[in-house]
Design a protein around this ligand. Structure first.
Ligand code: NAD
Length: 379
């Protein structure tokens, strides 16, 4: 029996991505999957039902019919409780699951007896690079952040020498030089801005410099487990604050991308620092959803304080849906190639390191210990 893979339409407002694009449908059909796609699932990203049909998918009109007959369901956003209730016990869901936040959804998946794999939990090892959806989507987000900042700025990014005089390049400061930050640096550099960046991981310095930007350095190296940043000590936070304060006051544009997995985003830009900026400056806070790197950020709003616009988009990859979906579905395709064997069946145990690490809910149990503690109220 072939596995039926269901692709529902994303329902979160502003979410224009789709988990599987037609190009990947064709590849999955070749590997033996039977694919069902909800009517209009890709239309917000301009992947039409006819494209899916040509690739070999069946279009299903009713969400309930789609989900209740699924062996595997792929999603971008975590499934809602209503969707989970439509899935048969034993079905497998793969996608972003917000494993350190989504208490109700995780409970619902546990109680329904479905199996959930969280792409946020895929380990960042070399073999898993093709499945790293956090990276692919952060790439999309960092790019879009730089473009929005340029479009919102009152200044040109590049230096211009014109008959109407010489224009100095804009100064762009990027706080947090992980995947999104590096893409924002590269994009702002391509637009001709003067770019400075800072990260608590010293290793980021080399990457920042290789993009032609200046790295602001402190005597801190807060590289923690798995290559991620750890939280700073009180003393380190003081040093950081002094340096960020001076850099923010000089910047025309600040793009913040700093995160520490599973924790509230570090507060890097205070309200007082915003007041020190030139009116007309722009802050784009990519950590808006996890609490914000700027004290004044409000998710999905633009706050204007003393002439400084603070923009807090919670879903930038959703604003570049064609390519973000394409990258996301390639990540899923790679993940599915581990999950389903050459015989077209789910692999017996999920013993592979990548599957084991990303297994969030299985057989009525929450398998990730941090998520379990959160759901059981210990966190
Ligand atoms: N396959 C792989 O090997 C692979 C793939 C992607 C990322 N990575 C690594 O994972 C790490 C994190 O990547 P990410 O972009 O997902 O991270 P993230 O989204 O968790 O955080 C973004 C950045 O914020 C930085 N940060 C945290 N606290 C900060 C603070 N107080 N001040 C300034 N910056 C702060 C982090 O160091 C990180 O670079 C990086 O080392 C990256 O190179 C590895």
């Amino acid at each position: 029996m072939t596995i039926t893979l269901a692709v529902p339409k994303e329902m979160l407002p502003g979410e224009r991505r789709v988990s599987i694009v037609p190009e990947v449908v064709a590849k999955l059909v070749q590997s033996g999957f039977s694919i069902s796609v909800e009517t209009g699932a890709g239309s917000a990203a301009y992947y039409e039902d006819t494209d899916y049909e040509k690739a070999g998918a069946k279009i299903v009109g009713k969400r309930k019919d789609l989900l209740s007959s699924a062996g595997i369901v792929t999603v971008v956003q975590p499934p809602t409780e209503a969707d989970i209730a439509m899935m048969p016990p034993g079905a497998v869901i793969v996608g972003f699951m917000a494993p350190f936040k989504n208490i109700q959804g995780i409970k619902a998946m546990r109680d329904r007896g479905v199996t959930a794999f969280s792409l946020e939990l895929v380990p960042r090892i070399t073999r898993a690079q093709g499945m790293d959806a956090l990276s692919s989507q952060a790439t999309a987000g960092g790019y879009k952040a730089a473009l929005i900042s340029a479009a919102s700025s009152t200044k040109f990014f590049p230096m211009l020498t014109t008959a109407a005089g010489t224009i100095r390049p804009a100064k762009v400061l990027i706080l947090g030089a992980g995947v999104a930050g590096l893409m924002a640096i590269a994009t702002a550099k391509r637009l001709g801005a003067l770019v400075e960046a800072y990260d608590v991981r010293r290793a980021a310095g080399e990457q920042v410099r290789s993009l032609g930007a200046k790295f602001l350095e402190l005597q801190i190296n807060a590289e923690g487990a798995g290559g991620y940043a750890r939280e700073l000590t009180v003393e380190e936070k003081k040093q950081e604050e002094a340096m960020v304060k001076a850099a923010v006051a000089q910047a025309d544009v600040v793009i913040t991308t700093a995160n520490v997995p599973g924790r509230k985003a570090p507060r890097l830009v205070t309200g007082e620092m915003v007041l020190s900026m030139k009116p007309g400056s722009v802050i784009i806070d990519l950590a808006a959803e996890s609490g914000g790197n700027c004290e004044l950020t409000k998710p999905d709003e633009t706050v204007v304080e003393n002439g400084v616009s603070i923009i807090g988009p919670s879903n930038l990859p959703g604003q570049i849906p064609y390519h973000a979906s394409q990258m996301y579905s390639k990540n899923l395709q790679a993940f599915l190639s581990l999950l389903v064997g050459k015989d077209g069946k789910l692999v017996e145990d999920f013993g592979d390191e990548i599957l084991a690490a990303s297994l969030l809910v299985h057989k009525g149990e929450i398998r990730n210990s941090s998520s379990r503690e959160m759901v059981e109220g210990k966190k």
